[in-house]
Write a protein that binds this ligand. Structure first.
Ligand code: AMP
Length: 199
Protein backbone atom coordinates (compact mmCIF):
# COMPACT_ATOMS: atom_id res chain seq x y z
CA UNK A 1 0.00 0.00 0.00
CA UNK A 2 1.28 3.45 -0.80
CA UNK A 3 1.37 5.90 2.06
CA UNK A 4 -0.27 9.31 1.43
CA UNK A 5 2.49 10.80 3.59
CA UNK A 6 5.21 9.80 1.14
CA UNK A 7 5.76 10.32 -2.59
CA UNK A 8 4.55 6.90 -3.77
CA UNK A 9 0.83 7.67 -4.00
CA UNK A 10 1.08 10.34 -6.71
CA UNK A 11 1.60 7.76 -9.46
CA UNK A 12 5.01 9.15 -10.42
CA UNK A 13 7.29 7.01 -12.58
CA UNK A 14 9.82 4.83 -10.69
CA UNK A 15 12.63 6.77 -12.43
CA UNK A 16 11.40 9.97 -10.75
CA UNK A 17 10.77 8.24 -7.41
CA UNK A 18 14.34 6.90 -7.47
CA UNK A 19 15.71 10.41 -8.04
CA UNK A 20 13.57 11.81 -5.21
CA UNK A 21 14.77 9.07 -2.87
CA UNK A 22 18.36 9.83 -3.82
CA UNK A 23 17.78 13.48 -2.89
CA UNK A 24 16.52 12.36 0.49
CA UNK A 25 12.95 13.65 0.12
CA UNK A 26 10.70 11.44 2.26
CA UNK A 27 7.54 13.51 2.83
CA UNK A 28 5.92 15.91 0.34
CA UNK A 29 5.76 19.51 1.55
CA UNK A 30 2.23 21.05 1.73
CA UNK A 31 2.59 22.79 -1.63
CA UNK A 32 3.81 19.55 -3.22
CA UNK A 33 0.87 17.61 -1.77
CA UNK A 34 -1.51 20.11 -3.41
CA UNK A 35 0.29 20.96 -6.64
CA UNK A 36 1.53 17.55 -7.79
CA UNK A 37 -1.93 15.90 -8.27
CA UNK A 38 -3.38 19.05 -9.89
CA UNK A 39 -0.49 19.45 -12.34
CA UNK A 40 -0.59 15.73 -13.18
CA UNK A 41 -4.26 16.12 -14.12
CA UNK A 42 -3.29 18.81 -16.63
CA UNK A 43 -4.91 21.65 -14.72
CA UNK A 44 -3.67 25.22 -14.78
CA UNK A 45 -2.36 25.99 -11.28
CA UNK A 46 -1.82 29.24 -9.45
CA UNK A 47 0.21 28.87 -6.26
CA UNK A 48 1.26 31.32 -3.58
CA UNK A 49 4.63 29.99 -2.49
CA UNK A 50 7.94 31.42 -1.36
CA UNK A 51 11.32 29.88 -2.08
CA UNK A 52 12.03 27.23 0.54
CA UNK A 53 8.54 25.70 0.43
CA UNK A 54 9.51 23.00 -2.07
CA UNK A 55 7.66 24.64 -4.96
CA UNK A 56 10.31 23.61 -7.50
CA UNK A 57 9.51 19.92 -7.01
CA UNK A 58 5.83 20.88 -6.76
CA UNK A 59 5.81 21.88 -10.42
CA UNK A 60 8.98 20.10 -11.59
CA UNK A 61 8.07 16.51 -10.73
CA UNK A 62 4.62 16.46 -12.33
CA UNK A 63 5.98 18.38 -15.33
CA UNK A 64 8.64 15.70 -15.86
CA UNK A 65 6.03 12.99 -15.39
CA UNK A 66 3.78 14.53 -18.05
CA UNK A 67 6.68 14.87 -20.49
CA UNK A 68 8.22 11.47 -19.82
CA UNK A 69 6.42 9.80 -22.73
CA UNK A 70 8.54 12.02 -25.02
CA UNK A 71 11.89 10.97 -23.49
CA UNK A 72 14.20 9.46 -26.09
CA UNK A 73 17.91 8.96 -26.73
CA UNK A 74 17.91 10.01 -30.39
CA UNK A 75 20.80 12.25 -31.48
CA UNK A 76 18.45 14.19 -33.73
CA UNK A 77 17.56 17.68 -32.41
CA UNK A 78 14.15 17.31 -34.06
CA UNK A 79 13.35 14.56 -31.55
CA UNK A 80 14.01 16.92 -28.63
CA UNK A 81 11.75 19.97 -29.06
CA UNK A 82 11.14 22.22 -26.05
CA UNK A 83 8.04 20.86 -24.28
CA UNK A 84 8.38 22.41 -20.83
CA UNK A 85 9.33 26.07 -20.31
CA UNK A 86 10.08 27.62 -16.92
CA UNK A 87 10.47 31.41 -16.80
CA UNK A 88 12.27 32.99 -13.86
CA UNK A 89 13.13 36.62 -13.03
CA UNK A 90 16.83 36.12 -12.31
CA UNK A 91 19.87 34.17 -13.31
CA UNK A 92 20.26 32.87 -9.75
CA UNK A 93 16.77 31.44 -9.64
CA UNK A 94 17.14 30.00 -13.15
CA UNK A 95 20.30 28.18 -12.09
CA UNK A 96 18.74 26.96 -8.86
CA UNK A 97 15.63 25.63 -10.62
CA UNK A 98 17.75 24.02 -13.35
CA UNK A 99 19.98 22.30 -10.77
CA UNK A 100 16.90 20.78 -9.15
CA UNK A 101 15.21 19.78 -12.41
CA UNK A 102 18.44 18.15 -13.64
CA UNK A 103 18.53 16.04 -10.48
CA UNK A 104 14.86 15.04 -10.73
CA UNK A 105 15.34 14.12 -14.41
CA UNK A 106 18.72 12.46 -13.89
CA UNK A 107 17.44 8.90 -14.40
CA UNK A 108 15.37 9.77 -17.48
CA UNK A 109 16.37 10.69 -21.03
CA UNK A 110 14.72 14.11 -20.75
CA UNK A 111 17.17 16.97 -21.31
CA UNK A 112 17.21 20.08 -19.12
CA UNK A 113 19.01 23.32 -19.91
CA UNK A 114 19.13 26.85 -18.64
CA UNK A 115 19.51 30.19 -20.47
CA UNK A 116 19.87 33.66 -18.93
CA UNK A 117 21.30 37.02 -19.79
CA UNK A 118 24.62 38.60 -18.84
CA UNK A 119 26.74 35.73 -20.15
CA UNK A 120 28.00 34.51 -23.54
CA UNK A 121 25.19 33.16 -25.71
CA UNK A 122 27.29 30.53 -27.51
CA UNK A 123 27.20 27.63 -25.02
CA UNK A 124 23.46 28.21 -24.54
CA UNK A 125 22.99 28.26 -28.30
CA UNK A 126 24.78 24.94 -28.63
CA UNK A 127 22.60 23.31 -25.96
CA UNK A 128 19.39 24.69 -27.47
CA UNK A 129 20.34 23.61 -30.99
CA UNK A 130 21.03 20.04 -29.84
CA UNK A 131 17.45 19.93 -28.59
CA UNK A 132 16.17 20.00 -25.05
CA UNK A 133 12.75 19.11 -23.63
CA UNK A 134 12.92 21.40 -20.60
CA UNK A 135 14.25 24.96 -20.75
CA UNK A 136 14.59 27.26 -17.76
CA UNK A 137 15.02 30.85 -18.89
CA UNK A 138 14.97 34.50 -18.04
CA UNK A 139 12.55 36.17 -20.49
CA UNK A 140 14.83 38.60 -22.36
CA UNK A 141 17.55 36.08 -23.14
CA UNK A 142 14.99 33.52 -24.26
CA UNK A 143 13.58 36.03 -26.75
CA UNK A 144 17.12 36.72 -28.03
CA UNK A 145 17.58 33.00 -28.71
CA UNK A 146 14.20 32.76 -30.43
CA UNK A 147 15.05 35.76 -32.60
CA UNK A 148 18.28 34.02 -33.61
CA UNK A 149 16.30 30.86 -34.35
CA UNK A 150 18.25 28.83 -31.80
CA UNK A 151 15.04 27.34 -30.45
CA UNK A 152 11.30 27.28 -31.02
CA UNK A 153 8.40 27.22 -28.59
CA UNK A 154 5.88 25.72 -31.01
CA UNK A 155 5.79 22.35 -29.18
CA UNK A 156 5.57 23.69 -25.63
CA UNK A 157 2.97 21.86 -23.53
CA UNK A 158 3.65 23.32 -20.08
CA UNK A 159 4.71 26.85 -19.09
CA UNK A 160 5.73 27.77 -15.54
CA UNK A 161 5.99 31.36 -14.36
CA UNK A 162 8.19 31.14 -11.27
CA UNK A 163 8.26 34.13 -8.90
CA UNK A 164 5.77 35.83 -11.20
CA UNK A 165 5.43 38.76 -8.79
CA UNK A 166 9.14 39.55 -9.14
CA UNK A 167 8.91 39.30 -12.92
CA UNK A 168 6.12 41.86 -12.75
CA UNK A 169 8.20 44.16 -10.51
CA UNK A 170 11.19 43.85 -12.82
CA UNK A 171 9.18 44.93 -15.88
CA UNK A 172 9.17 41.57 -17.67
CA UNK A 173 5.48 41.64 -18.52
CA UNK A 174 5.92 42.74 -22.18
CA UNK A 175 8.52 39.99 -22.68
CA UNK A 176 6.25 37.41 -21.07
CA UNK A 177 3.36 38.51 -23.27
CA UNK A 178 5.55 38.07 -26.33
CA UNK A 179 6.60 34.61 -25.16
CA UNK A 180 2.94 33.78 -24.47
CA UNK A 181 2.14 34.39 -28.14
CA UNK A 182 4.86 31.94 -29.23
CA UNK A 183 3.63 28.92 -27.24
CA UNK A 184 0.58 26.87 -28.29
CA UNK A 185 -2.72 28.15 -26.99
CA UNK A 186 -3.49 24.70 -25.57
CA UNK A 187 -0.55 24.69 -23.16
CA UNK A 188 -0.90 24.10 -19.43
CA UNK A 189 0.11 27.17 -17.38
CA UNK A 190 1.49 27.09 -13.84
CA UNK A 191 1.88 30.36 -12.01
CA UNK A 192 3.85 30.71 -8.77
CA UNK A 193 4.16 33.90 -6.79
CA UNK A 194 5.24 34.85 -3.29
CA UNK A 195 2.68 37.67 -3.09
CA UNK A 196 -0.56 38.07 -5.07
CA UNK A 197 -0.33 41.28 -7.13
CA UNK A 198 -3.62 42.59 -8.54
CA UNK A 199 -2.11 43.01 -12.05
P1 AMP B 1 12.35 25.22 -3.15
O1 AMP B 1 11.31 25.91 -2.34
O2 AMP B 1 11.75 24.48 -4.31
O3 AMP B 1 13.45 26.12 -3.56
O4 AMP B 1 12.99 24.08 -2.23
C1 AMP B 1 13.69 24.40 -1.04
C2 AMP B 1 14.61 23.28 -0.61
O5 AMP B 1 13.88 22.18 -0.06
C3 AMP B 1 15.47 22.69 -1.71
O6 AMP B 1 16.78 22.54 -1.22
C4 AMP B 1 14.85 21.35 -2.00
O7 AMP B 1 15.81 20.42 -2.46
C5 AMP B 1 14.29 20.95 -0.67
N1 AMP B 1 13.07 20.10 -0.75
C6 AMP B 1 12.04 20.25 -1.62
N2 AMP B 1 11.09 19.35 -1.37
C7 AMP B 1 11.49 18.60 -0.33
C8 AMP B 1 10.91 17.49 0.39
N3 AMP B 1 9.72 16.99 0.08
N4 AMP B 1 11.62 16.99 1.42
C9 AMP B 1 12.81 17.51 1.75
N5 AMP B 1 13.42 18.54 1.12
C10 AMP B 1 12.77 19.09 0.09
Amino acid sequence: MSDPKDFTHFGLDPLLLAAIAEMGYATPTPIQAKAIPAVLKGKDVMGAAQTGTGKTAGFGLPMLQRLLSHANTSMSPARHPVRGLILTPTRELAEQVADNLKKYASKTALRVTCVYGGVDMDPQTEALRKGCEIVIATPGRLLDHIQQRNTSLSQVQIVVLDEADRMLDMGFIPDIERIGKLVPFTRQTLFFTATMPTD
